[in-house]
Design a protein around this ligand. Structure first.
Ligand SMILES: Cc1cc2nc3c(=O)[nH]c(=O)nc-3n(C[C@H](O)[C@H](O)[C@H](O)COP(=O)(O)OP(=O)(O)OC[C@H]3O[C@@H](n4cnc5c(N)ncnc54)[C@H](O)[C@@H]3O)c2cc1C
Length: 599
């Protein structure tokens, strides 16, 4: 059983990978692993970013020293299957029968180390045993539900820690609401268009996934944002002088902004909508002509319903900590710098050379057979060892489960945890969360057929202006490779909490409604040469007033249904960046939890 080169120096059995001092001394065979690289302590094997930094301080799995994907070593579940007691060496151009002892020594060192890394990266089945100088750890396997950006981020980082994962995705593709297509020289984004780099963890993930070379920053010339007023797009002011002179606001609204630092903060603990907050601190005009449009751009939401506390926690923190938004902007700059977090309005924006789909595809590429597409999870049953996951195709046992799907599908999931009331609570509570439909309408025009320069980020449209679209992104101004030469791509959105019924219009009606608005607003003079629509019947969860009860229930579930975790856009913020950070954080939490449980 297994593979025994030489005298049992390299021993693989059903339990996985047995490597201890007498079998294999890493210090004498070429790789210098010392205390700084690996922390070998009494409690077993402690592998975390400080001890063993795969990117920077030791072995660079992606690029420099030890390239698992390109320069010689390639592992996926088909090549190296711990369960079937086979090590497939043909990828390395070696076969056990041909080896002599010198060759074996030269070859086996990197192979063993690679296999050893593979044991961490690719554990299969219900667990991987790692034996190191007598200390043994069994890392429990984890089921991840959902292959949107949250689930893929979690899977990526757990795999790097040696946790065996299986990712279940109900649909036939990865990325969730991220979806890019390239056709006829146009690149269309049906979901998100850009990632805002609001946290250092976002850039780190892109680097760790080896996708930094494919990152595409937005064109610095495309910073201008327009808000529609008086039936035309007006550039938002970017400087104090611009604010004083802009036609976007009347003198009353400008005065309201100057008065804001002197308005008393609210301290009674009552949860307000963003609409109430803006009227209280600024005025109605500021809500109707600016914030309403902004809210449509972020949540496709209704400012009278969205919670200040849950949908705009940073604005609330400014009032709580500084007594005023404007004072907070000025005096909070140092605190923000120290935390490394960047405000959304100042964050760098980026995508990738072939659109945002590059990111989920890149993360999923490392998963191999651990990714199960077209496999919806229908039931979770708590067992003495963890959870049994049921799909239409069968059942599998896991030590832990991380739910990275949507809130509306969470309501449909049957969860049996020994508390009979749990299923009823989930169904009743999570089905209440509003996810209004949004349709993306991506149109390509000849440059000469659009009067407006469209040289900016895009335009937002407040409801009060009476148009059907919520706003338009000037996609090919942000990323010139989104349209062929002499053309431009405009991505508009319809529906949301403002007009849910319009979000469900058939494709030809969506294009018709969008064209009518673009003719009036941007001076489109001819039909598009490229048109694609995508309807998301349940697009973005609305963090409305009262959203705290859903978050409290998730906290309660995590506390009481052991080894069941929740992450993603329905819990930790709706932006792509929020979802990525949510994934990074839960991977760290679950990884630490499993390591502690195993040692
Ligand atoms: C139209 C649109 C435009 C947007 N624009 C931007 C933007 O420009 N910038 C930005 O930062 N953010 C934007 N967002 C928000 C951002 O894209 C999302 O919040 C983020 O991608 C959510 O990722 P996620 O992985 O948490 O969820 P999702 O992408 O929804 O993925 C969840 C996955 O879980 C799967 N799933 C659910 N239940 C189960 C189950 N029981 N079994 C198996 N699989 C299951 C689903 O099929 C899905 O693939 C936009 C969103 C939309 C809809």
């Amino acid at each position: 059983m297994g593979f025994y080169p030489g005298q049992s120096r390299f021993y693989l059995n059903r339990s996985g990978f047995d490597l201890n001092q007498s079998d294999f001394d890493l210090n004498q065979n070429g790789f210098d692993l010392n205390q700084n690289d690996f922390d070998l302590n009494q409690n077993g094997f402690d592998l975390n970013q400080n001890d063993f930094d795969l990117n920077q301080n030791g072995f660079d799995l992606n690029q420099n020293h030890f390239d698992l994907n390109q320069n010689g070593f390639y592992f996926n579940q088909n090549d190296f299957d711990f369960n079937q007691n086979e090590v497939a060496l043909w990828k390395y151009g070696l076969s056990a029968g041909q080896w002599n002892s010198n060759r074996l020594r030269r070859a086996v060192t990197p192979v063993i180390f690679a296999d050893f890394i593979a044991a961490f990266l690719l554990g299969a089945g219900s667990g991987v045993f790692v034996c190191w100088r007598g200390a043994k750890i069994k890392m429990k396997s984890v089921a991840i539900i959902g292959a949107g950006i949250t689930g893929l981020t979690v899977a990526f980082y757990l795999q790097r820690r040696g946790v065996p994962v299986t990712v279940y995705e109900a649909s036939g593709r990865v990325g969730g609401v991220i979806q890019s297509i390239r056709q006829d020289g146009f690149l269309a984004e049906f979901g998100p268009n850009t990632i805002l780099e609001t946290s250092p963890k976002i850039a780190q993930l892109i680097r760790d996934a080896g996708l930094a070379p494919r990152k595409l920053a937005t064109d610095p010339a495309a910073e201008a944002r327009y808000v529609v007023r008086y039936g035309r797009p007006i550039a938002m002011p970017g400087t104090p002088l611009g604010f004083i002179t802009t036609p976007l606001f009347t003198a009353q609204a400008k005065l309201a902004v100057l008065r804001e630092p002197f308005i008393k903060p609210r301290r009674d603990g009552v949860e307000e909508s963003i609409g109430q907050f803006v009227v209280r601190r600024f005025n109605q005009e500021f809500l109707d002509h600016a914030i309403d449009a902004l809210v449509a751009g972020i949540y496709a939401g209704d400012p009278h319903k969205l919670s200040l506390t849950h949908a705009f926690p940073k604005l609330k923190a400014l009032e709580d900590n500084y007594g005023s938004m404007i004072k907070g902007q000025i005096f909070g700059a140092r605190a923000r710098k120290q935390s490394g977090e960047v405000a959304k309005d100042r964050a760098a924006k980026f995508s990738f050379d072939d659109g945002l789909q590059v990111l989920p595809d890149g993360l999923a590429a490392q998963l191999g057979a651990a990714l199960k597409l077209n496999t919806p999870v229908t039931k979770l049953t708590q067992t003495s060892q963890g959870w049994r996951v049921t799909t239409p195709g069968g059942e599998a046992e896991f030590g832990a489960v991380i739910y990275c799907g949507t809130a509306h599908r969470l309501a449909e999931l049957e969860i049996i945890d020994g508390r009979a009331a749990l299923q009823r609570r989930l169904t009743e509570v999570f089905s209440e969360i509003s996810y209004p439909p949004v349709s993306a309408v991506v149109l390509g025009f000849r440059r000469a057929d659009v009067t407006h320069p469209c040289a900016g980020f895009g335009m937002l449209i407040p409801k009060i202006e009476g148009f059907k679209i919520l706003g338009t992104i000037f996609s090919s101004a942000l990323f010139p490779n989104r349209a062929p030469a002499g053309h431009l791509t405009l991505t508009s959105y319809i529906g949301g909490a403002r007009y849910p019924e319009l979000g469900l219009l058939p494709p030809e009606k969506l294009v018709e409604a969008t064209l009518a608005d673009l003719r009036a607003l941007l001076g489109v003079t001819s039909p598009p040469v490229f048109a694609h629509t995508k309807t998301w019947p349940q697009a973005i969860p609305q963090y409305n007033v009262g959203y705290g009860k859903y978050r409290a229930l998730l906290n309660d579930l995590e506390a009481n249904a052991a080894n069941l975790f929740f992450a993603g856009h329905y819990r930790d913020g709706v932006s792509l960046g929020d979802s990525m950070v949510s994934g990074v954080n839960i991977a760290e939490r679950v990884g630490n939890f499993l390591t502690a449980a195993a040692s």
